[in-house]
Design a protein around this ligand. Sequence first.
Ligand SMILES: Cc1cc2nc3c(=O)[nH]c(=O)nc-3n(C[C@H](O)[C@H](O)[C@H](O)COP(=O)(O)OP(=O)(O)OC[C@H]3O[C@@H](n4cnc5c(N)ncnc54)[C@H](O)[C@@H]3O)c2cc1C
Length: 440
Amino acid sequence: MTYKHESARRPGYAPLNHSWYAAKSPEPARHAPLTGRADASTVIVGGGFAGLNTALGLLARGERDIILLEAEQIGFGASGRNGGFVFAGYSLGEQALLDKVGVDRARDLYGRTVAAVNLIRERIARLDIACDVVDGGVIWANWFRDPAVLRRRQQLLAETYDTHWQWIPAGAMHEFVHSPRYHDGLYERNAFHIDPLMYARGLAQAAARAGATIHEHSPAVRLARDGEGWIVFTAHGEVRARNVVLAAGGYLAGLDRRVDRAVLPVATYVMVTEPLGDRLKEHLRTQAAIYDTRFAFDYYRPLPDTRLLWGGRISIRDRSPRSVQRLLKRDMAKVFPAFADARVDHAWSGLMSYARHEMPQVGRRAPGLWYAQAFGGHGVAPTCAAGEALADAIVGGDERCVAYADFGLVSAHRPVGYLAAQASYYSAQLGDWFKRRLEG
Ligand SMILES: Cc1cc2nc3c(=O)[nH]c(=O)nc-3n(C[C@H](O)[C@H](O)[C@H](O)COP(=O)(O)OP(=O)(O)OC[C@H]3O[C@@H](n4cnc5c(N)ncnc54)[C@H](O)[C@@H]3O)c2cc1C
């Protein structure tokens, strides 16, 4: 199976080395590119969290002969350059999930991400992955005066999902986050933040130690049926395998049209300030990571060396570091005017993959051909849940990942889908602005 990728083969994606994570970490030992012929039980395409978690899930279930192909380097995509928030849930909100699949399925799906948060924490400890874990929870800060949105979510989480977020009254919020922007907030204790690139590299090392073979700089360029199994071709080699897992996120593997067409790659941005020293503590007296209640929300977290990592915005455009910095610095100054003059040392962008239904797509496309993609902007825990579900399905039978069956490979309608996504983002941004203005 092959088709012409809509963008030229391996388009010029924003390099990973613009990111703070890549700049501060020593270059890891490289995994050699694939050359010649190899056999595997499963070949995984994509060395982000979806691919790595599937590899670890398979290894944990006793599968051997796993080969993972990464076009660039491990963690090159969204996984190695994201905000580092590890928290439960999906891009699709809890109420929408409930409305869509009913209480039992919604509980099951949400519960998988809670279990994933715990599994990530446990794996980091057990595999001794040094990834700057800050186990300080996450705060959802109310941008608006009206507390109804917090009350509704707190109640829904407690009653439907047995998940209990603590109320933070406005006075306490101002103690934690010294900004005129927020009112009250909710605190999710079972959440933490990490350096995602170190974590991705740690997962890859653990998978390699357990027997998986990883090849970097090995873009898969073609997929073909081979009897009961498949052959995946790279420029200099090929792998025959019973199972293939496509886990290419917003970077589109270009191997199966239906799988690629089901996602919309959308860019989002992050920057990191200079070390702020005591100024950071004066304004942020919490170790929690923070995001706010707008549709077009900011998110940020204190880094161990007193820098502030700041992220936000989505766009169909992959912007230059300079333009990312300009946009995000403006956003940061609205929340923390005192940091308006802070130097920004790194700014970068990454691609998320979104499905129209805003849920991950995890399942089987054809016998032996699996996919895990569309994790959107909320993918650290869901990719871990998906890796478990796929590993279960590959080892134990299809029906094991039926939990995600409601959220199939519906077309993202590119290129029109891009315009629709950008328009709905701008209109939601406008809605946020109006709501705030109305509150005075
Ligand atoms: C800037 C940013 C901030 C974010 N912040 C958060 C956050 O704080 N918390 C959270 O939960 N989520 C966050 N997300 C979302 C999260 O990072 C993603 O949902 C998740 O990492 C997706 O993982 P993935 O493995 O599906 O895709 P990716 O990590 O993008 O991995 C796909 C990989 O496939 C490779 N690939 C593509 N084609 C081929 C091919 N043909 N052959 C071989 N390899 C190929 C790519 O090079 C890439 O490395 C953020 C995303 C971005 C971009």
